[in-house]
Design a protein around this ligand. Sequence first.
Ligand code: PEP
Ligand code: MN
Length: 263
Amino acid sequence: LANKKFHPDPTTVKVGNTSIGPGNLTIMAGPCAVETQDQLFTIARAVKEAGATILRGGAYKPRTSPYSFQGLEEEGLKYMQEAKAETGLSTICEVVSLDAIEAAVKYVDMIQIGARNMQNFILLKEAGQSGLPVLLKRGLCATIDEWLNAAEYIIAEGNPNVVLCERGIRTFETATRNTLDLSAVPVLQERTHLPVIVDPSHSTGSYKYVAPMAKAAVACNADGLMIEVHNDPAHALSDGPQSLTFDRFAALTSELSPYCQLV
Ligand code: PEP
Ligand code: MN
């Protein structure tokens, strides 16, 4: 179902009042984690102003340590819904369980399956049954073939609205958090009709490398970008070092604006 051989035309996935697909660059941006209502609203307004069309914000955080901030859960989803009402941005939130999916369908426009859950096949099936479009991130150690099979799990449940997100893979290199595999973009575009976006934030782990990798992703013909933005990266509850300030984000989007949807 994901294979281009049987579905040659590229798919466009509708997300709230916007869409992801060929012909324009969709920018998703927002904090790693929803921290407070105020923080989310401040960031939502700034990313909207700079040209993002989808607000990201994690309410269920799959953290490496159980002692790190785990997310506001349903309260965070409510803030996402309010931020949408306030700004008109469409919204996406990661889900980590069936409970989270059931909550997310009430509040957001798209759900995200994170890298750590890419082969959680039960979760993939439940995401396929949710009725919401799904952003499927590449697993840390997943081949492109395994990733496409994970997409197949979602589509096989009757949900064709899947977007793939390259977010870096684990290699021997330690200078960046992960290694951004940009060659995955043209490989996927040859093999699947699904939209492909790139996350230069989680792949590099450092705000300094986000802009060059975002521009490289656009040069590879990616359909969109997911970028972490924070009002105060030094005090962010998660992923501060890779988060762009409002100024840095706006500088990047102004360079990318010729490729973006005019809203
Ligand atoms: C995220 O987008 O918040 C996230 C945790 O990303 P990943 O699953 O790619 O690590
Ligand atoms: Mn993050």
